[in-house]
Design a binder for this molecule. Structure first.
Ligand code: CAA
Length: 240
């Protein structure tokens, strides 16, 4: 039977590419989304991949969402914690809510989803968790204390949980994307973005499919010896 995966934030941007790549690798995919109904509907119509609405920052909603996916597709073998938001601003301008929203979604979402799925993976003796971190969690970024802290936290979370899953066939890894041509990056002011792109040795933004390839590798049957690692896919912008 096909493995079952949940991709959070899986209906657009990097998440959409991950959902498609896992589907093409023979996995039964549930694509989670939080708010953009229109994009989710279009995604499901176009791809045939089911989409499921819940907010990953909401602990109870994650449990209910996972229950629904398991009832419809079967036990969850793979979770890709991709859902993420930005609320950029210098510390002087950042509100407490900007801080909290980003921490609760980007880092809290990983905890909530792991709590809902990791016990089952361990009990069945097989699982793959891939957390989408960021170059900005590795290197920091002006105007992103919230996002950089949450993404940096993801890297620590990954290494800690990897140790808990290792003996039970559950691997936990992270991917740290650089600047990828998604809506999130398109929202960065053009002049600021031009300066960032000028510092990418490969000379361009990345493509979502280039992140998805890494996810498929980490989720493969043959990747069982890879755990607690971070795969940086950033065009050489930060060699870590
Ligand atoms: N280092 C040092 N100083 C900097 C700086 C930098 N990188 N960037 C700006 N400054 C300085 C400016 O020169 C300016 O100085 P003066 O006041 O002396 O002129 C001051 O800081 C204010 O700069 P801004 O005008 O940029 O301040 P702002 O409040 O208008 O905007 C900001 C701040 C919203 C953070 C804006 O700079 C911005 O959007 N930056 C981009 C942040 C970014 O890269 N986000 C990534 C989003 S995509 C993503 O996160 C995906 C992923 O994982 C990679």
């Amino acid at each position: 039977m096909a493995r079952v995966a949940i991709v959070t934030g899986g209906t657009r941007g990097i998440g959409e590419a991950i959902s498609l790549a896992l589907r093409d690798a023979g996995v039964a995919v549930a694509a989670n989304y939080a708010g953009n109904e229109e994009r989710a509907r279009a995604f499901t119509e176009k791809t045939g991949i089911r989409s499921y609405k819940w907010d990953v920052a909401d602990y109870d909603a994650c449990h209910k969402g996972v229950e629904q996916v398991e009832a419809e597709l079967g036990p969850v073998d793979i979770v890709v914690n991709n859902a993420g938001i930005t609320r950029d601003g210098t510390l002087l301008k950042m509100t407490y809510q900007d801080w909290k929203d980003v921490m609760d979604t980007n880092l809290g979402g990983c905890f909530n989803m792991a709590k809902s799925t990791f016990p089952g993976m361990r009990a069945r003796g097989w699982g793959r968790i891939v957390n989408i971190g960021s170059i900005n969690g590795q290197a920091g970024q002006y105007g992103q204390v919230n996002y950089a802290a949450a993404k940096s936290g993801i890297h620590g979370f990954t290494k800690a949980l990897a140790q808990e899953g290792a003996k039970s066939g559950v691997t936990v890894n992270a991917i740290a994307p650089g600047y990828i041509d998604t809506d999130m990056v398109a929202a960065v002011p053009q002049d600021v973005l031009a300066k960032i792109v000028a510092k990418i040795p490969v000379g361009r933004l990345g493509h979502a499919e280039e992140i998805a390839r890494g996810v498929v590798f980490l989720c493969g049957e043959e990747a069982g010896f890879v755990t607690g690692s971070t795969l940086s896919i950033n065009g050489g912008q930060h060699m870590y």
